[in-house]
Design a protein around this ligand. Structure first.
Ligand code: NAD
Length: 509
C-alpha cells in the first residue's frame, strides 16, 4: 500500500529508528506502526536506548558549536532547500501522513504545505532576527539587544500532526542557530523517519556535520530523558495537558525553558445575527475534520436561543450526508481514529454524556465490516449538553460536537466559552460588528486564537500559534514566536573616556 512512498522518502530497513543524520543506531526494542486505515502493520521501528541517547546528545552538542557560527542567512539557505524538497515530495509524504495517521489525503497534503510555508517563513526570518536599539540615559553610550542561538532544542510531538509540528519548530530553530533533537509520537514513527531522512540528505549534500537534526524514538520514557536533560535549554512539547504538566515540572526543576502546545476545548459562538450557511460549513469541518483529532477541532457550539432549533436541524441533516471511510478516497469526509484506544475513549465519552443528562442527537456507532477492518472508524456524534458537565469540560479527542444554548447578549455566550480550563482556539459567527469587537476585546475570548466568521481549526503559519490556560501558554510558528528559540542579550557600549553610572549614582575615589 505504501511501500513505493517509503522508498521515495528514503526509508529502508537500515534507518528504522534513532538517527543523528547519516548515522543510525539500532540496539533498542521494537515498536510496531499500524495503519488505522486498514489495520495493517507498516513497519517495526527500533526505540532509542539510553546509551544511544547519550551519543545523540553529545553529537548534537558538537554540531551546534559549528552550526551557530554559520551566518543565519546561510542557515536559511539549508531551510530553503528543505522547503524545495518538500514541494517535490508533497504528494508522497502527504500519502504517508494519511496512511499512518488516518487523516484525509487532502489534509495530509495540507500538512506538508504547512511545512513548506514555515520553511518559506524561516528563510525570510534568517535575514531578520531583529533586536532593538535603545536610547541610553548616559551620554556617549549606546544600547541594543541582540539574539543568540540557544543550543539544543528538544521537540516532543503528538500523533495528530506527525510532520507539521516538527517543521514549525525545526525550521525556526535551525535558522536561529540551534540544533534539534526530535522525539516524535510513538504512534506515527514512520512520518518522523521520513522527515529526518529528507533533512539528513540535504545536510549531507551541503557537507554539514552530523547531529544538526536528530531523531530519537520511543514512548514517554524517552521524552522524559529530554525533559530532565540540563544540556537542553528548550523543550518544545506538543500533546495532551497531562503530558504538558509532567514535562513542565521536570523542565522547571532544572530551570529550563518550555514551549507548551497542549489540549484545546474550542468553541464557536453562533449569535442570532450569524450567517448560517457559513456557520454550518465552519462547524461541520471543525468538528469532523481529522476525525475530531485536531487540537483546534470544534468541540462546542454555543448557539443563541432564537436560531438554536434551526442550527440544530441543519447540523443533524448535514451529519446524515457525511461519508466515513478510507481517508485516501476523496469521496469520504472522515477517516478513522488513530487506534482502538481512541475508539474506546470515544465510546466512554458518549456514555458519560448520557450519564450526565445530555441528549444524543446524532448517535454513536463503531463501524464494522468491509472497509472498516481496522475497527478505528466511528460515526461522528452531536449531543445537546450543559457547559458545566464534567465531560464537556474535558477534551475528548474524537468527533463529538456539543450543542449548548445561550440566551440574551453575546457576553453570556463569551462567559460560557471561557468557562473551561483550556484556552486554545475560539470563533464567533456574526454579521454584527459590535458583537465581533466585544468578542475580540479584553472582555472577550480568553484563547490564544480568536476568529470572526471562520471556524476554530485551520490556522495559517504567519500568525503565532498556541493558547492560554491549560493549553500551556506557548507560541510557535509565525509572528515573533522565533524569539523563544534564542537567548536575548542586552549590550551597553560606552564610547567616552569617563564612566558615568546608571541612575545617577556617584562612586568616586
Ligand atoms: P500525548 O500527550 O499522549 O503524547 C504527545 C507526545 O508526548 C508523545 O510523543 C508522547 O510520547 C510524549 N509524552 C507523553 N508523556 C510524556 C512525558 N511524561 N514526558 C515526555 N514525553 C511524554 O498526546 P497525543 O495523544 O499524541 O496527542 C493528542 C493531544 O495533543 C491532544 O490533547 C491535542 O489537543 C494535543 N495537541 C496540541 C496541539 C497544540 O498545538 N496545542 C497540537 C497537536 C496536538
Amino acid at each position: 500500500m505504501i511501500n513505493k512512498e517509503l522508498k521515495i522518502l528514503g526509508i529502508s530497513k537500515a534507518n528504522l529508528g534513532t538517527s543523528t543524520g547519516t548515522k543510525q543506531f539500532a540496539k533498542g526494542k521494537f515498536i510496531t506502526s499500524y495503519s488505522p486505515v486498514d489495520g495493517k502493520e507498516i513497519a517495526q521501528v527500533q526505540c532509542t536506548t539510553k546509551k544511544e541517547y547519550e551519543k545523540v546528545i553529545e553529537t548534537a552538542q558538537q554540531a551546534q558549536l559549528s552550526w551557530r557560527n554559520i551566518p543565519a542567512p546561510q542557515r536559511g539557505e539549508i531551510v530553503r532547500q528543505l522547503g524545495d524538497k518538500l514541494r517535490q515530495l508533497k504528494p508522497t509524504l502527504g500519502k504517508l501522513v494519511s496512511y499512518e495517521m488516518g487523516k484525509s489525503y487532502q489534509e495530509g497534503m495540507g500538512e506538508v504545505q504547512e511545512m513548506i510555508d514555515i520553511c518559506d517563513f524561516a528563510v525570510g526570518l534568517s535575514r531578520q532576527l531583529y533586536g532593538n536599539t535603545i536610547h541610553s540615559e548616559r551620554p556617549g553610550h549606546r544600547m541594543y539587544d541582540q539574539y543568540h542561538p540557544l543550543g539544543i532544542v528538544g521537540i516532543i510531538s503528538a500523533f495528530n500532526f506527525p510532520v507539521a509540528v516538527w517543521s514549525w519548530n525545526a525550521a525556526l530553530a535551525l535558522v536561529c542557530g540551534d540544533v534539534v533533537v526530535w522525539k516524535a509520537s510513538e504512534k506515527t514513527p514512520l512520518c518522523a523517519i521520513a522527515c529526518q531522512q529528507v533533512l539528513a540528505e540535504i545536510l549531507k549534500q551541503n557537507k554539514l556535520p552530523e547531529g544538526i537534526s536528530s531523531l530519537i524514538t520511543g514512548d514517554a520514557e524517552v521524552g522524559n530523558w529530554l525533559s530532565e536533560d540540563k544540556r537542553i535549554p528548550l523543550i518544545s512539547a506538543t500533546g495532551s495537558t497531562r503530558m504538558g504538566k509532567e514535562v513542565a515540572v521536570k523542565v522547571a526543576q532544572r530551570l529550563g525553558k518550555t514551549l507548551l502546545e497542549l489540549g484545546g476545548n474550542n468553541a464557536i459562538i453562533v449569535t442570532e445575527e450569524a450567517d448560517l450557511k457559513m456557520t454550518l460549513i465552519g462547524a461541520v469541518f471543525g468538528a469532523v475534520g481529522t476525525a475530531g483529532q485536531r487540537c483546534t477541532s470544534t468541540r462546542r457550539l454555543i448557539v443563541h436561543e432564537k436560531i438554536y432549533e434551526q442550527v440544530k436541524k441543519s447540523l443533524v441533516d448535514a451529519y446524515k450526508q457525511l461519508k466515513i471511510g478510507d481517508p485516501l478516497d476523496s469521496k469520504n469526509h472522515m477517516g478513522p481514529l488513530i487506534d482502538q484506544d481512541a475508539v474506546a475513549m470515544y465510546s466512554k465519552a458518549v456514555q458519560s454524556i448520557k450519564a450526565e443528562g445530555g441528549k444524543i442527537l446524532v448517535k454513536e456507532e463503531v463501524l464494522k465490516g468491509k472497509g472498516y477492518e481496522s475497527c478505528c472508524y466511528v460515526r461522528p456524534v452531536i449531543a445537546e449538553v450543559e457547559n458545566h458537565f464534567a465531560i464537556v469540560q474535558a477534551e475528548t479527542f474524537a468527533p463529538i460536537l456539543y450543542l449548548i444554548k445561550y440566551k440574551g447578549d453575546v457576553e453570556n455566550a463569551i462567559a460560557l466559552q471561557n468557562e473551561v480550563a483550556q484556552g486554545l482556539s475560539s470563533a464567533i459567527m456574526t454579521t454584527n460588528l459590535r458583537q465581533a469587537e466585544i468578542f475580540l476585546s479584553q472582555n472577550g475570548s480568553d484563547c490564544g486564537i480568536a476568529n470572526v466568521n471562520i471556524g476554530t481549526s485551520g490556522a495559517e503559519i504567519g500568525g503565532a500559534f498556541g493558547g492560554e490556560k491549560e493549553t500551556g501558554g506557548g507560541r510557535e510558528s509565525g509572528s515573533d514566536a522565533w524569539k523563544v528559540y534564542m537567548r536575548r542579550q542586552t549590550n551597553t557600549i560606552n564610547y567616552t573616556t569617563s564612566l558615568p553610572l546608571a541612575q545617577g549614582i556617584k562612586f568616586d575615589f
